[in-house]
Ligand binder design. Sequence first.
Ligand code: IMP
Ligand code: MG
Length: 179
Amino acid sequence: MPSNVDALRLRPLISAERIQKRLDELAAEIDAHYQGDSVLAVCVLKGGFMFFSDLVKRLTLPLELDFLRISSYGQATRSSGELRLTKDSDLPIRGSRVLLIDDIIDTGRSMDFLYRLVLERDPATLDTCVLVDKHERREIPFEPDFVGFPVAEGFIVGYGMDCAEQFRNLDAIYVYTEA
Ligand code: IMP
Ligand code: MG
């Protein structure tokens, strides 16, 4: 934890050990699903970076990696409501088996937006994977194909997830409480 002030606002929710153990299971699930086929794994920046990095290390499939970025949340713990693609992926999607990987699904707007965007480019298959699913807050019906942890409570930070760009580097997940 970075400092005493931050420590007051961060309540441990999922330990680094639990995350790493769950990633072993998730990678096995994904390996089994694709049965040795080539996969184009696409990381949703910035939040997905740590999850993506730890997950792809465990996969034994022939993998291509790519990155895209959308802006969803602004500098606060509330949705800005507006979604924009601010960095596109580079590799061809047409005919590829695409796996979209993000940190967290909340209202479902980001995943729905990305799913439609990728689908328009004619992938052979399209699946989605998130570390955290805040399913109770869904506003658009969307079920990710692979989920690390269902979470019911609060706004969470760490392991890629931020509050105003802070805490992305933490190796565990915390509930953030505003002062
Ligand atoms: P959605 O569009 O509401 O599903 O939100 C998805 C995006 O919002 C995620 O990729 C995160 O970047 C961000 N987000 C949603 N909930 C949280 C949270 O609890 N902590 C940090 N970021 C979040
Ligand atoms: Mg995100």
